[in-house]
Design a protein around this ligand. Structure first.
Ligand SMILES: NC(=O)c1ccc[n+]([C@@H]2O[C@H](COP(=O)([O-])OP(=O)(O)OC[C@H]3O[C@@H](n4cnc5c(N)ncnc54)[C@H](OP(=O)(O)O)[C@@H]3O)[C@@H](O)[C@H]2O)c1
Length: 307
């Protein structure tokens, strides 16, 4: 097994020269690429420690965090399905993570108190800068699949950045109404520039979607449509025009149907590898309070995906 269970936490260091200090929790967790991202960074920084995976059943996150701190773990990544439970198990939560309703990074202080962050939104800002050389806050944005966890984090970040247009689209429209209210409250309370109370919401079958896409500069796919190579695009991809930037949060496959079509129509495209990378660089920076070795982390991911 490439992960530990809660019952095995007392043995995480037996037979190892380097202590486990960082971990990802999830259920399942065996597939998580976080070790491929973080171990090369710890090695590059010459920190004498390991990054491990720990499988935590739903409902046991608080107990797991206590046990992991006692076992010497000092920084945690959180993956599906624990991001809300992790938020509730933190002593302090970064306000942006509260608005996103999810914590994916936990820092322990010397007394074992936990502070929660969400690096998916800020990681997306770095990803857009790296991929397209643009600031997210300058772009007119549409998010396809805004009702999911990744969509909500990115939508919140767009509001925080003051994007001049924010259109949210989702198969299940009902999920977007409370999200729009929350984002509008956030924009007003933080006195944010940008769409404020002009956040539009549409279902994926709304006839106005074509026009909404046409009016956007950055199209983001945060649906899971595309994870299978045989999946279609999540909306008619002939709506993509050469002026568009198209970001698909999916990175495996590296080119979804949407990205292939968008590229052939002259749009600039990027896949979700840069988001995966930068949510990780920001986690590491929260734990260590120093710049992450981005190139080592990127290489770790690329080596694994190539293999
Ligand atoms: N690059 C990265 O680091 C990164 C990080 C996180 C997530 N992601 C990607 O983001 C995507 C969403 O992940 P998540 O964690 O946000 O999942 P999630 O919370 O389960 O959300 C899934 C989203 O996909 C939509 N969806 C699912 N099946 C659909 C279909 N057949 N047609 C239209 N919409 C459909 C859902 O719509 P409903 O609300 O209607 O169900 C929802 O908006 C995945 O592809 C994942 O790989 C990438």
């Amino acid at each position: 097994m490439n992960y530990f269970t809660l019952d095995q936490l007392s043995e995480i260091n037996s037979g190892h020269d380097h202590p486990a200090k960082f971990a990802v929790i999830g259920d399942p967790v065996a597939h998580s690429l976080s070790p491929q991202l973080h171990q090369p960074a710890l090695n590059e920084l010459k920190l004498d420690c390991r990054y491990i995976r720990v499988e935590v059943p739903e409902g046991q996150v608080n107990e797991a965090l206590e046990k992991m701190y006692a076992a010497g773990i000092r920084g945690i990544n959180v993956t599906v399905p624990h991001k809300l439970e992790a938020l509730e198990a933190c002593h302090q939560v970064d306000p942006a993570a509260s608005s996103m309703g999810a914590v994916n990074t936990i820092v322990f202080n010397a007394a074992g108190q936990r502070t929660g962050f969400n690096t998916d939104g800020p990681g997306f800002v770095r990803a857009i800068r790296e991929e397209f050389g643009m600031d997210l806050g300058d772009l007119r944005v549409i998010i396809i699949g805004a009702g999911g966890g990744a969509g909500r984090a990115i939508a919140t970040q767009c509001a925080l950045e003051g994007c001049p247009q924010l259109i949210l689209a989702n198969r299940t429209l009902e999920k977007l109404t409370p999200m729009r209210e929350e984002l509008t409250r956030l924009a007003q309370s933080e006195k944010l520039e940008g769409p404020r109370d002009r956040i539009e919401i549409h279902s994926l079958d709304d006839p106005i979607l074509e026009e909404a896409i046409g009016a956007s500069e950055l199209i983001i796919n945060t649906t899971s449509v595309g994870l299978k190579s045989s999946d279609p695009a999540p909306f008619p991809s002939h709506w993509v025009e050469p002026h568009h930037l198209v970001y698909d949060t999916i990175y495996n496959p590296s080119r979804t149907h949407l990205l292939r079509d968008a590229e052939s129509q002259g749009a600039r495209i990027a896949n979700g590898l840069s988001l995966l990378l930068h949510q990780g660089t920001l986690s590491l920076e929260h734990w260590l309070n120093k710049d992450a070795p981005v190139d080592a982390m990127r290489q770790g991911l690329l080596d694994f995906l190539k293999a």
